[in-house]
Write a protein that binds this ligand. Structure first.
Ligand SMILES: C[S@@+](CC[C@H](N)C(=O)[O-])C[C@H]1O[C@@H](n2cnc3c(N)ncnc32)[C@H](O)[C@@H]1O
Length: 410
C-alpha cells in the first residue's frame, strides 16, 4: 500500500488490487491509467469543466467523487475541486467559473509578495506573516483564490489510501506555476510521501467553506462543506486577539484579509482560527483583569510627581502582564517604564539594561526618530545625568539634565 502511494503520482503501479475503489483507474503493464469517465451524470459535468477525471466511489451506495480542475479561473491560477458530479455541476454554473472578468476587480489577487507584508520565520510558530509597514484598521492585506476544495463527504465515504491518492492527483492537475504555493505550506510534522505531504498540508491549512453562499440548496438539502486551502492566507498564525480578519467572497472563491486594528511595521499579522476564542469566559475574564491592572500600573508609572507610588516592581509586573497578553508590539513601553523606575531609585545599571531592551523593541515597532526614543537613548549614554536619576528619592540629588519628565509621552 505504501509503495503504491509513493509512486502513483509518477503514474506507475504494481498491484491492480491496490486500486480498489478507484473506479476509473487500472494498472496496465506497470503503468497507472485513468479511464475516461463513463457515468452519464459525470459526463454532463465534465463538459462544463476543462478537466474532470478520476472518479472514485466507496461502494455500498456511497456517493461518487471526481476531481474537477479549471486552470483558467483566478487569472489562470486555477482551482481543483474534489466533489460529487451533482455538486460540481452546481458550482460550475456560478459566477466564479462563468464570469472570469469578475477577478479583475479583486485587489492584488494572489500576490506572492506585497509592500504591506512579508513571510518570515516567527520563533516557536514556523513561518508567519509580518507587516512591512504600519497598517490602519480596514487596510487590505491580501486576496487569495482557493487552490483546492475537498468535499467533506470524501473523508467519510472513501478510504484513506484512495482519498490521499486523489488529493495528490488533484494538486498535480493544477497549473505548474501554481503548485509550489500550495506545496511549500506547512505540514506541521515530517512526511514520508507526496500523498502524505498533500494530506498534511490540507489538514494543517484548510478553512471550512460551506456552499451556503455559493449555491441555492433546496429546502431539506444540507449545505455541503469543503476543506479549502488559500495558500498565502495560510501563512498567518492564530491569535485569540488577532489584528486581521477575513471574509470569503463566493463570487470569486477568494479569501480576503483586512487589518482590524492598527498594526505596526515589524508586527506579526494574525487571524483567529476559531470563533470559540472569545467564548472561554473564564479566560476572557482573567485577561480583562490583566488589562485593568495594566491601565492601573500605567497610571502610577507615568506619574512623575513625588507622591506617585510607582516602583521598579510595578514596572516589572507591567512587563510580565504585557508578555501574558502578548502585547509584543508595545512591550518597549513597559521596558522604558522599568528603565525610568530603576534610575529613579539610583540603580543605573538596571536602568540601562531596560533602556536598551526598550530601544531594541521600539526599533521594531516604531520609527527610531521619536522624542521618547531620543530621551531613552540619553539614559543609556548617561543615566546619572538623565532627568530621572534619583527622581523617586525625596532626599536624593536631582538629575543633571534640564529635560522634563513630561517629555516622556508613553
Ligand atoms: C495555517 S499554518 C500557519 C503558518 C505556519 N506557521 C507555517 O509555517 O506555514 C498553521 C500552523 O502554524 C502553527 N501555528 C499557528 N498559530 C500558532 C501559534 N499561535 N503558536 C504556535 N504555532 C502556531 C502551527 O504549527 C499550526 O499547525
Amino acid at each position: 500500500k505504501h509503495s503504491i502511494a509513493a509512486v502513483v503520482d509518477q503514474g506507475w503501479c504494481t498491484w491492480q488490487s491496490l486500486l480498489y475503489g478507484v473506479e476509473d483507474a487500472q494498472c496496465s503493464e506497470g503503468r497507472l491509467e485513468f479511464n475516461e469517465p463513463a457515468d452519464e451524470n459525470h459526463l454532463s459535468v465534465a463538459s462544463s469543466w476543462p478537466v474532470a477525471t478520476s472518479c472514485v466511489s466507496g461502494g455500498n451506495g456511497t456517493r461518487t467523487y471526481c476531481i474537477y480542475t479549471d486552470r483558467d479561473v483566478a487569472r489562470e491560477r486555477g482551482i481543483t475541486i474534489i466533489t460529487t458530479p451533482s455538486e460540481a455541476l452546481k458550482l460550475a454554473k456560478t459566477t466564479a467559473f462563468k464570469d472570469l472578468k469578475g477577478y479583475d476587480h479583486v485587489k492584488d489577487l494572489n500576490a506572492a509578495e506585497s509592500l504591506r507584508w512579508r513571510v518570515e520565520e516567527v520563533p516557536g510558530k514556523g513561518m508567519g506573516l509580518i507587516a512591512n509597514r504600519n497598517l490602519h484598521a480596514g487596510d487590505h492585506i491580501m486576496s487569495v483564490s482557493a487552490s483546492i476544495m475537498i468535499d467533506y463527504g470524501l473523508f467519510m465515504d472513501i478510504g484513506e489510501d484512495v482519498r490521499t491518492q486523489m488529493q495528490a492527483r488533484a494538486i498535480r492537475s493544477l497549473p505548474l506555476n501554481h503548485q509550489p504555493a500550495f506545496l511549500n505550506l506547512s505540514t506541521h510534522d515530517a512526511v514520508q510521501s507526496f500523498e502524505e505531504q498533500v494530506d498534511r498540508i490540507i489538514l494543517t491549512n484548510a478553512f471550512d467553506i460551506s456552499d451556503r453562499e455559493i449555491v441555492e440548496n433546496p429546502e431539506g438539502v444540507e449545505d455541503q462543506h469543503f476543506f479549502t486551502v488559500f495558500p498565502e492566507v495560510s501563512r498567518m498564525n492564530h491569535d485569540c486577539r488577532p489584528n486581521a480578519h477575513y471574509f470569503w467572497d463566493p463570487n470569486t472563491f477568494t479569501q480576503n484579509v483586512y487589518a482590524i486594528k492598527p498594526v505596526t511595521a515589524g508586527e506579526e499579522i494574525t487571524i483567529s482560527y476559531v470563533d470559540q476564542c472569545t467564548q472561554h469566559e473564564r479566560l476572557v475574564a482573567e485577561s480583562d483583569e490583566r488589562i485593568v491592572q495594566i491601565l492601573e500600573l500605567q497610571h502610577y508609572l507615568r506619574d512623575y510627581s513625588k507622591t506617585s507610588p510607582a516602583t521598579p516592581d510595578m514596572a516589572e509586573l507591567l512587563i510580565s502582564l504585557y508578555e501574558q497578553e502578548r502585547i509584543h508590539s508595545r512591550i518597549f513601553e513597559a521596558y522604558t517604564y522599568a528603565a525610568i523606575e530603576y534610575n529613579a531609585i539610583g540603580q543605573p545599571w538596571m536602568a540601562t539594561k531596560y533602556a536598551r531592551l526598550g530601544i531594541q523593541h521600539g526599533f521594531v515597532a516604531n520609527q527610531p526618530t521619536g522624542e521618547d526614543h531620543f530621551d531613552i537613548k540619553q539614559l543609556v549614554d548617561d543615566p546619572w545625568g538623565h532627568w530621572s536619576y534619583m527622581m523617586r528619592r525625596s532626599n536624593g540629588e536631582a538629575g543633571a539634565s534640564t529635560a522634563h519628565p513630561e517629555k516622556m509621552s508613553i
